[in-house]
Write a protein of this length. Structure first.
Lengths: 171, 346
């Protein structure tokens, strides 16, 4: 599993570089999707398969909207890809930074010690404890989280209210 | 805004902070913080104007970045120590990230630029909310973890805030921005005393909230948005201008007023701990702040045109002062005689 984890982390870092190196927004969004995917894969490597699945489904659901939005907002004739000079400068710069930081903080030690080197049902054991707690003694926290999400719904509705009352309009 | 929505938002604003205040678990505290941030955003954009929307966007971006840092630091701490208690913050990197995140949330010096701009974009009432109620939740974090925080780092942040809050406030003409810089400077005083004496920090916060609220009450009553407005505000109510002058000087920390007490006690505490040069620098950095409070007072009360005055009182008084203003002013101006008592309790 360590080798898988190394591969996932490498791809995760590459995908994040793909977003951070400032290509055109819709290429950046592709980078974001890849980062989400590999991030979830890393979570599986650390033994939280359920959280990873939930995150993957929900995050990609949200990403779809972001994807449509970015494409609608930035219709360029000649979009900047990762091959452009400035972008590739960023790519190499960030890659260099990641290498330096991984040497400073000794990432390889952390990675070796935290993987789940088991097979079968052991891979999915870690996060179900937390999920179970949400439905037993952690019930109030679940309610609080639900209330928070409801609040966000109200906030978004209030901010994007139509006609003369919304915040997003021309004065 | 629909009153029902406003009720939900204000309820969540209060509930978020109270959740953070009453939690011992990092995640619960973080949820409270997020609910609080979410609830204030439509309140900032309540005046439907691009400025307000811009302010809300700025507020959201900075607060979210800071919240994410808090979440990261708590996760790092839980990862390395295996527990989620707020008071047990042992990992040094997590401690540093938390300090920086809270500094960003409070508007401490290297990350303070959002505060004046957000306050300038909102109404005076919302600015009052931002400078008082919104400070409580982030301060809870550093209050609870204060045993593990680095004194040197907090001193750097605090001293920078006091200096920059004073110096950058000198050039401002907008009252809300001046109040924002005053808030930055006061948050600097709070972080200076944080690791030395927690009770004194709480007391300073309480007194700061009282003084700022009373100043904002008069600004709200006279609708003074700029210094020019303040120059003519005496036509609305000369008495309240006098009170505003007293409360501003109290914020600046002039002796017969109660704002002098926290400053005196903080400097005393630092001197007792043999930090003489540090306390001298701190006391001197409060002078630029005092200068702009004095300039405000001068412009609104002490200048009259050298001719016979052509302006008279407004003949129709719009009395929209909140009733609590009187009590707040009593606390803001006359609390100094109880200093020995406070000193004994702390």
């Amino acid at each position: 599993m360590s080798y898988f984890l190394f591969l996932f982390l490498l791809c995760f870092a590459l995908a994040i570089i793909g977003v951070a190196s400032n290509p055109s927004p819709f290429y950046g969004v592709i980078g974001l999707v890849m980062a989400a995917f590999f991030g979830c894969a890393v979570l599986v490597g650390f033994g939280s398969s359920f959280v990873s699945l939930v995150l993957f489904l929900i995050y990609l659901g949200g990403m779809l909207v972001v994807f449509v939005y970015s494409i609608a907002m930035s219709a360029e004739a000649y979009p900047k890809t990762w091959g452009d000079f400035l972008v590739i400068l960023y790519v190499f710069g960030f890659a260099f930074l990641i290498l330096v930081f991984s040497f400073i903080f000794e990432v390889s030690d952390i990675m070796g010690s935290l993987t789940v080197d088991n097979v079968g049902l052991y891979v999915i054991r870690m996060d179900f404890g937390g999920v179970m707690l949400l439905y037993s003694i952690g019930g109030p926290v679940l309610l609080l989280c639900g209330f928070g999400l409801l609040l966000v719904l109200f906030v978004v509705l209030e901010l994007t209210r139509g006609l003369a009352r919304g915040a997003l309009r021309i004065v | 805004m629909n009153p029902m929505i406003l009720f939900i938002l204000l309820f969540s604003l209060a509930m978020g902070t109270i959740t953070t205040l009453s939690s011992y678990h990092w995640l619960l505290a973080w949820i409270g913080l997020e609910i609080n941030t979410m609830a204030i955003i439509p309140i900032i954009t309540k005046k439907h104007h691009p400025r307000a929307t811009e302010a809300a966007t700025k507020y959201f971006l900075t607060q979210t970045a800071a919240s994410t840092l808090i979440l990261l630091s708590s996760t790092l701490n839980a990862w390395t120590t295996g527990q989620w208690t707020i008071t047990e913050l042992h990992h040094p990197l997590a401690m540093m990230m938390l300090t920086l995140a809270v500094a960003m949330k409070l508007g401490l010096a290297p990350t303070h630029f959002w505060l004046p701009e957000v306050m300038q974009g909102t109404t005076i009432k919302t600015a009052l909310l931002l400078t008082t109620w919104q400070k409580i939740a982030p301060l809870t974090f550093i209050y609870l973890t204060s045993n593990h925080l680095s004194t040197k780092m907090l001193f750097t942040l605090g001293l920078l805030s006091v200096m920059l809050g004073g110096i950058t406030g000198l050039n401002q003409t907008q009252t809300r921005k001046i109040m924002a810089y005053s808030s930055i400077a006061h948050m600097g005083w709070l972080t200076m005393i944080l690791t030395l004496n927690l009770n004194l920090m709480t007391f300073t916060l309480m007194l700061y909230i009282t003084m700022t609220t009373s100043s904002f009450m008069i600004l709200l009553m006279s609708e003074s948005k700029t210094m020019t407005d303040l120059g003519l505000a005496w036509t609305t109510s000369p008495t309240s201008m006098l009170l505003l002058m007293l409360s501003l000087l109290s914020l600046g920390g002039l002796p017969p007023l109660s704002g002098f007490m926290p400053k005196l006690l903080i400097l005393k505490e630092m001197t007792m701990l043999n930090m003489i040069s540090m306390s001298t620098i701190l006391a001197l950095s409060a002078l630029p702040s005092l200068f702009f409070y004095l300039r405000l007072s001068y412009l609104m009360l002490m200048t009259i045109p050298p001719t016979t005055t052509t302006t008279e009182h407004k003949w129709r008084h719009k009395n929209n002062t909140l009733k609590i203003t009187a009590q707040l002013f009593i606390i803001t101006t006359t609390l100094l005689p109880i200093t020995p008592l406070v000193n004994k309790i702390l």
